[in-house]
Design a protein around this ligand. Structure first.
Ligand SMILES: [Zn+2]
Length: 471
């Protein structure tokens, strides 16, 4: 690193904060990425991961949170000699992070940097999307933020975003990384032009559609629920077929949402990706649409049995553990992110050797136990969106009812097909959900727009799907 931030006379200007040429060799942006890192053999990749992993563990020993957590589990410096020892490192999750913040307010001791480090390097703060109270803060050092931008640039290039594309970013602008991270990735590393409309609360949906038309937008980024909402506003309120608006591709976090329906609405291909505010861009789909290539030079991803923590056999579903290999400020080392996925086991025809994650099947955090059965709201959504009489909007209420205290889930669903018989919609969906979920739920068809006060689809990119009233 030239102009080392550790030297006393360092000035915290971003362009002096890193050896950018070296960073680009270490984490090649597109298009170089496709000829270099994406072509590594598995052995070459393993060697690269090994080196970065050991550096990350050494960094962990400098951070109070890891020192304490690891020592409590009997780990000593020197115990971890390579990736073969990965499983010796105790896992942690968001509960540990919350406790770290409570113990050392306001930023916790899980970060190796604090605002005072701004004197020797430029820092930026973004947060998790908090629902109650203050959201969880995260500070990013220059190395962290710039590498995140590179990984985000790779994602866009993998989807097929090209220099000169006009990209509408319908993700939240504010404390969360939602729209901020894609903007940095796009203008630095893709050549495409970010058009930051933000969510429906930042720019009304009708205005967003006018912008798509007037400025020649060819790519949309956003969550499926909002992009669906936007297409339906274009169709039903403007009388414009969204397919005529010239959108070529859609970048989104599909999760359990229906890709075909979104592609159908916009007449564009939709690509899945997976990222978190702490980690950045973890994985993204290439133009083959056969799963998300993990950024394996920047992360170790493990798929583990949520009960035992043991690795799942390749191809089987489990909860994801994340180890960052590129982060300096706040590395994550075996962080249980509580999202569920699995590895594809075949090679991708695109030639990229990075392994592919299957879609994110759900968040363990969202899971509710209903009469002994694990239910994910995402699975409810997948069943709703299959039914073309609905617009895919749904909301789940969970209650404890009667003297016996039986668990009950009510799923409200917006029906947009005016000709549809609501009683038929109800019985069809109840039957389908019994098949999919393995437990009976009650379905209530409602009119278009009635759920917005619960889901916030038109206003927020963080859509809500569940209210558990049993607590
Ligand atoms: Zn591929």
């Amino acid at each position: 690193m030239t102009n080392s931030p550790d030297s006393a006379d360092f000035i915290p200007w971003y362009f002096r904060s890193l050896d950018f040429e070296q960073l680009w060799r270490d984490y090649p942006p597109p298009p170089t990425y496709f000829q270099t890192t994406a072509r590594l053999s598995r052995d070459e990749l393993r060697a690269l991961q090994e080196k970065r992993f050991l550096a990350t563990v050494a960094r962990g020993w400098e951070i109070e949170f890891f020192k304490r957590h690891w020592s409590e589990h009997g780990l000593e410096p020197g115990d971890i000699c390579g990736l073969d020892d990965l499983a010796k490192i105790p896992v942690y999750d968001v509960g540990h992070i919350r406790k770290s913040i409570e113990r050392n307010p306001p930023f916790g001791d899980f970060m190796g940097i604090s605002p005072a480090d701004g004197k020797r390097m430029p820092l930026v703060l973004q947060t998790s999307g908090g629902t109650t109270g203050l959201p969880r803060p995260m500070l990013y050092a220059p190395q962290d933020r710039e590498t995140m931008a590179i990984l985000g640039g790779r994602r866009l290039a993998m989807h097929g975003v090209r220099p000169g594309d006009m990209v509408l970013v319908t993700l939240s602008l504010g404390l969360g990384n939602g729209g901020m991270a894609p903007r940095e990735a796009m203008w630095r590393y893709s050549g495409a032009v970010p058009v930051m409309t933000g969510s429906g609360a930042n720019t009304p949906t009708r205005r967003q559609i006018e912008i798509v038309k007037a400025w020649g937008i060819s790519v949309l980024l956003g969550f499926p629920a909002y992009l669906r909402h936007m297409a339906l506003v274009a169709r039903d309120e403007f009388g414009i077929d969204p397919r005529s608006l010239g959108i070529r591709l859609v970048g989104t976090h599909l999760g359990m949402e229906n890709r075909e329906q979104l592609e159908d609405l916009w007449g564009a291909r939709a690509f899945d990706m997976y990222g978190t505010h702490e980690s950045g861009m973890l994985a993204a789909e290439c133009t083959q649409q056969t799963g998300m290539h993990a950024m394996e030079d920047a992360f170790i991803l493990e798929v583990a049995n949520p009960e035992t923590g043991q690795p799942m056999p390749d191809g089987e579903k489990g909860t994801l553990y994340i180890t960052t290999l590129y982060k300096y400020g706040a590395p994550q080392i075996r962080f249980n992110v509580n999202d569920i996925s699995a590895w594809h086991t075949d090679a991708c025809p695109c030639g990229n050797t990075m392994r592919r994650l299957k879609r994110i099947f759900g968040r363990n955090d969202n899971m509710v136990k209903l009469r002994g059965v694990n239910v994910f709201p995402e699975a409810v959504g997948a069943a709703v969106v299959e039914d073309r009489r609905t617009n895919g909007e749904y909301f789940c209420f969970v209650d404890r009812v009667g003297e016996a205290g039986t668990d009950r889930m009510d799923v409200w669903v917006e029906v947009t097909d005016a000709a549809a018989d609501r009683e038929h919609v109800r019985t069809d969906l109840e039957r389908r959900m019994k098949e999919v979920l393995g437990v009976k739920v009650q379905v209530t068809p409602v009119a278009k727009g009635e759920l917005d006060e619960f889901t916030m689809t038109s206003q927020s990119s963080k859509v809500k799907r569940l209210l558990d009233r049993r607590k």
